[in-house]
Design a protein around this ligand. Structure first.
Ligand code: UTP
Length: 237
């Protein structure tokens, strides 16, 4: 197993109309993270905004805010609120960073002090996927797991393209082409992986794992290097 792991935890995993399901998921997720910590691995979780971000951004738009920078800030606040919520589930962890770092620099400054760091967004212009990828680059982590609410990267948008099929393995360059690297993103909109982050991963040759975070056992397999259900994005050797 790697000695540091970065997990981008999609905000959609934290909220659902079925609160019982979320509570059960949380128990499994917390147990998994605790057992990985017990084996001496440092973990960084970057939490997404999910429903809360979408709701707050929609409300702001309704109130007449059109500036994307402002809307992104609202999204970032939602991600940090979710991160604070996730921190509450890990209060038993000895070397837990109880504060939500606001930047990658904040994380780097306190890197040696904590085994578990949980944060949200940083600056406008990208999503928490990008924060996770940036962080992985800075701390030299070789495992970035994008835990989202889809099982794989698909050949097309499965909501629009009935022939879209899941991809088990592809190169960073191929992911870049599929995810539309270079195209602008809309505040609050969701992609399988943020193209800004994909572009960064390509620049730094950072492999990625994309999977459905609802399935904690599958997440465990990915973390422990066992065969899992999801997409492996490989770099150049
Ligand atoms: P998310 O990372 O949650 O984006 O950030 P998402 O695509 O909705 O991902 P899921 O659904 O949680 O998986 C929510 C919004 O917050 C702003 C962006 O507007 C983003 O769409 N944001 C977030 C930033 O501007 N900068 C950040 O570092 C993080």
């Amino acid at each position: 197993m790697q000695d540091t792991i970065v997990i981008a935890l999609g905000g959609s995993l934290l909220s659902s109309d079925e609160s019982d399901k979320i509570n059960l998921w949380k128990i499994d997720f917390v147990n998994l993270i605790n057992s990985v910590l017990d084996s001496g691995v440092k973990i960084f979780i970057v939490v997404g905004g999910g429903k809360l971000a979408r709701k707050n951004i929609a409300k702001a738009k309704n109130d007449g805010i059109v500036d994307e920078f402002q809307l992104d800030l609202i999204g970032i606040n939602a991600t940090r609120e979710n991160a604070r919520d996730v921190i509450k589930s890990f209060e038993n962890v000895q070397n837990l960073n109880k504060n939500v770092p606001k930047s990658i620099d904040d994380v780097l400054i306190s890197f040696g002090n904590y085994d578990l760091t949980i944060m949200g967004g940083t600056v406008p212009g990208h999503t928490t996927d990008t924060v996770a990828i940036k962080l992985a680059k800075e701390i030299n982590s070789k495992l970035v797991v994008i835990a989202t609410n889809v099982s794989h990267v698909y050949t097309g948008d499965p909501r629009e393209d009935r022939n879209a099929t899941p991809i088990e393995k592809l190169s960073l360059k191929e992911l870049g082409e599929l995810s539309g690297v270079g195209k602008p993103i809309q505040p609050g909109s969701s992609f399988a992986v943020d193209p800004v982050g994909v572009s960064l991963a390509i620049d730094h040759n950072l492999p990625l794992v994309i999977l459905n975070g609802h399935d904690v056992e599958n997440l465990r397999k990915a973390i422990y290097g066992e065969p899992f259900n999801g997409t492996i994005v490989y770099g150049d050797d």
